[in-house]
Design a protein around this ligand. Structure first.
Ligand SMILES: [Zn+2]
Length: 185
């Protein structure tokens, strides 16, 4: 059976309605200073983030300074068991939590899906699985306006990124990824 993880978050989530109101206000203020196209924000983020054009299509950007080690956003979606996950045809957004739990993040309310890949050297975040939930956590200090990127891992990169070339800013790309051939895309 598919379950919306947002229901679970309402019980265990750290974001209160009060916090959500604050965040909305903050965005309105920052709109004056920084030019942004903003998508705000279901209640699964811990830091102010924005969605706009990045290195590889739409990306997730820091809406405030984020310190190394801080949680940024939770990767949410439909919770699938092994059997259900095997039936999903577009597997780009599947995130395996454990042997029998996979999150399909291909839902509009999962803003974390905009977080693009970067190879190890250029990544400023990482994914972390904790108590059956997936979080994106800063591995460096991230300044407001910087794109938030993490290493998607060898299997994903070799299957989905390497064939087209990797557009992250690393000089040395990880796994089988290389720069895109000039002229493509
Ligand atoms: Zn790369």
């Amino acid at each position: 059976m598919k379950k919306k993880q947002s229901l679970i978050l309402k019980k265990g989530g750290r974001i209160t309605q009060e916090a959500v109101k604050k965040i909305v206000k903050k965005v309105a203020v920052s709109k004056k200073g920084i030019k942004i196209s903003t998508t705000i924000l279901p209640d699964h983020h811990f830091k102010l983030v924005k969605v706009k054009r990045g290195l590889a299509g739409l990306g997730l950007f820091a809406g405030e300074n984020i310190k190394k080690g801080e949680l940024i956003i939770e990767y949410i979606g439909e919770i699938l068991n092994k059997e259900e996950a095997e039936k999903v045809s577009t597997n780009q957004y599947l995130f395996e939590v454990n042997r029998n739990k996979t999150i399909n993040g291909q839902v509009r309310w999962n803003i974390a899906r905009y977080c693009n890949h970067a190879c190890e050297e250029a990544a400023n975040a990482e994914s972390e699985i904790k108590k059956g939930r997936i979080f994106i956590k800063a591995t460096k200090n991230i300044k407001v306006g910087e794109e938030i990127v993490y290493d998607y891992g060898e299997e994903f990169v070799n299957e989905h990124i390497a064939p087209y070339g990797c557009r992250c800013v690393a000089k040395e790309h990880s796994y089988k990824a290389k720069k895109p051939v000039v002229g493509s895309l």
